[in-house]
Design a protein around this ligand. Structure first.
Ligand code: DAT
Ligand code: MG
Length: 146
């Protein structure tokens, strides 16, 4: 039997208002499941300002911060808790680079996103960038799983 000491990771994924409005939720979930990750929890909601301030605390004061909060509260998002070994790194690889123009074809942002000439990049998805971020973000979007 193969033994592993790895802890199974969880990552917090958001389908952002642009992805939801464009009907891309299914395509994002399809890619997550095709990769082999498990969906643990899923919720459709319009984020509150408090949730977004907590979620994007690291970006407070940056030029795109207010546009980012305005964009993220502009409509429903789909919050998804995913699970699997190294899924934090794995989902970031599926998502691609932050700038959807530079994101490689084959990635969610590269295949489905583009620049719309606005002050904040609308790039379809969010994914936690570390185990610490994943734990913090899980308490914001899925307190029952935090
Ligand atoms: P990521 O979502 O790839 O982790 P991030 O955490 O640095 O990127 O930024 C959060 C979001 O803010 C990002 O998804 C899009 C937007 N953003 C980041 N940098 C930006 C910039 N220089 N100009 C416009 N929007 C930006
Ligand atoms: Mg980030």
């Amino acid at each position: 039997m193969t033994e592993t000491t790895d802890t199974i990771e969880r990552s917090l994924v958001l389908v952002k208002p642009d992805g939801y409005a464009r009907g891309l939720t299914g395509e994002v979930l399809r890619r997550v499941e095709a990769k082999g990750y498990r969906l643990v929890a899923l919720r459709v909601l319009v984020p509150t300002r408090d949730q977004l301030v907590a979620h994007y605390a690291e970006h407070q004061g940056k030029p795109f911060y207010e546009p980012l909060l305005e964009f993220m509260s502009s409509g429903p998002v789909v919050a998804v808790l995913i699970e699997g070994h190294r899924c934090i790194e794995g989902f970031r690889a599926l998502a691609g680079a932050t700038d959807p123009t530079a994101a490689l074809p084959g990635t969610i942002r590269g295949d489905l996103g583009r620049d719309w000439g606005v002050r904040v990049q609308q790039n379809i998805v969010h994914g936690s960038d570390s185990p610490e971020s994943a734990a913090r973000e899980t308490t914001i979007w899925f307190p029952e799983h935090g």
